[in-house]
Design a protein around this ligand. Structure first.
Ligand code: ATP
Ligand code: MG
Length: 343
């Protein structure tokens, strides 16, 4: 009988390659629509990113998907299982790494991991072995017996991820895994996430760092005010910018006051678009690659000295700003203000 129901679960699983399926999900807190009708799916083995500013609904989405909060309406299937109807089965399938650690400050790193392992029913010998293995893997072996509360921020984040992996989950949920920690620890954690994914773990992560989403994720959803503005793979997201070349020029002096420059430029280079940014910076755009030499000569003749010429590649940042109207730098600053960190 047990075998029959297992084969049913596995069969469901095979029917769809998507390990996470979310349909028309809603969650409000009083008047606030934290999650406002989102639908998306994540393929098995995929690294999927939720990218959005403060208050966009990222944490709420993770809470709904992991059973920490109840949706007002909508459907969540994990490996074909309805999370609301099968919370226990879902619990064993997923690992959750919250934005703020849920581990015990008074317990050592080792004891914290053993405690988490006990919650998943691992036997005592197994718990200790798994805890040691994870501590070694995260280079925390020497800190194993120190109190979690005394760990650095980066070490805390690493142990929290280790705790999320204690029962070798198929899907790992990571809520802003690199926020609030130093650059070196963040790099290490990104490497680790990529490695886990390469080894087959499906990963759902939230972030407000555009570069992080671009570097790590295979597919990205932009979330703003509880809604998904766009979700696609990186290649498709960047597609509208293909065939667009731009060059950023920095001059030794302010060129904003030189109104005649734009007319002379357009006459000399009718195929190029002249777009002053501010002060000493100018952006030049074209649908074809831009040769720098003729531009340098032109500006020299006009009495303007170019200090730097930088080619700008189509970036996710440009796509994000176009679609959401939110400036990347602004999103980063707001977050840092909230976290009280610099990065
Ligand atoms: N438990 C709660 N009670 C009341 N309001 C809540 C609760 N949880 C979230 N909200 C509200 O829902 C909205 C979405 O919050 P959420 O924490 O999901 O955003 P987020 O994208 O994770 O933001 P951040 O980047 O700041 O972590 C916000 O307006 C928030 O104030
Ligand atoms: Mg959040």
């Amino acid at each position: 009988m047990a075998e029959q129901s297992l084969s049913k679960i596995v069969k469901n699983d095979v029917d769809s390659a998507d390990i996470i399926v979310v349909r028309n999900l809603y969650k409000s807190y009083g008047p606030v629509r934290a999650v406002d009708g989102i639908s998306f799916s994540v393929g098995e083995g995929e690294l999927f990113g939720f990218l959005g500013p403060n208050g966009a609904g990222k944490t709420t989405t993770i809470n709904l998907l992991t059973g920490l909060a109840r949706p007002d309406s909508g459907e969540i299937l994990l490996a074909g299982l309805d999370v609301r109807k099968n919370p226990a089965a879902a619990k064993f399938m997923i690992g959750v790494v919250p934005d703020e650690s849920n581990l015990y400050p008074e317990l050592s790193g080792f004891d914290n991991l053993c405690f988490c392992a006990a919650l998943y029913g691992l036997k005592k010998a197994e718990r200790r072995q798994r805890a040691r293995q994870l501590l070694e893997f995260f280079n925390l072996g020497e800190a194993a017996d120190r109190k979690f509360g005394d760990y650095s921020k980066g070490m805390k984040r690493q142990l929290t991820i280790a705790a999320g992996l204690i029962h070798q989950p198929r899907i790992l949920f990571l809520d802003e895994p690199t926020t609030g920690i130093d650059v070196a620890s963040a790099r290490q954690i990104r490497k680790l996430i990529a490695g886990l994914n390469r080894e087959g773990t499906t990963i759902f992560l939230t972030t407000h760092y555009i570069e992080e989403a671009e570097r790590l994720c295979q597919r990205i959803a932009f979330i703003v005010s509880g809604r998904i503005v766009k979700a696609d793979n990186l290649e498709n997201l960047l597609q509208p910018l293909r065939g667009q070349y731009s060059l950023l020029l920095t001059f030794s002096e302010d060129i904003e006051t030189r109104a005649e420059l734009q007319f002379a430029f357009s006459a000399a280079f009718p195929e190029l678009v002249f777009e002053p940014i501010h002060g000493r910076e100018l952006r030049i755009k074209s649908t074809r690659p831009i040769a720098v030499g003729p531009l340098v000569r032109f500006f020299e003749e006009q009495g303007c000295e170019i200090l730097e010429a930088r080619r700008l590649h189509p970036s996710l940042e440009e796509v994000f700003v176009r679609l959401t109207g939110i400036e990347a730098e602004q999103m980063k600053k707001e977050k840092e203000k909230k976290e009280g960190v610099g990065r």
